[in-house]
Ligand binder design. Structure first.
Ligand SMILES: [Zn+2]
Length: 63
């Protein structure tokens, strides 16, 4: 199964690979910008509560 997946990747042309990488870069940039703009326009208390829960869930030192 893994060998088949690698074989399919090897048969790609360089142009297809570069296009998929560019598409991935744009997708990640769009998600990142979305997070920044959503965070910038959301109420600070809601963001604090969400970040606070994640800090405790991941065991990050908080208070
Ligand atoms: Zn806390």
């Amino acid at each position: 199964m893994t060998t088949q997946a690698l074989g399919q990747t090897d048969t790609r042309t360089l142009g297809q690979s570069a296009r998929s990488e560019i598409a991935a870069i744009f997708a990640v940039a769009l998600i990142g910008l979305g997070i920044v703009f959503v965070a910038g326009h959301a109420q600070a208390s809601a963001l604090h509560d969400a970040a606070h829960d994640v800090r405790h869930a991941t065991g990050f030192p908080c208070h």
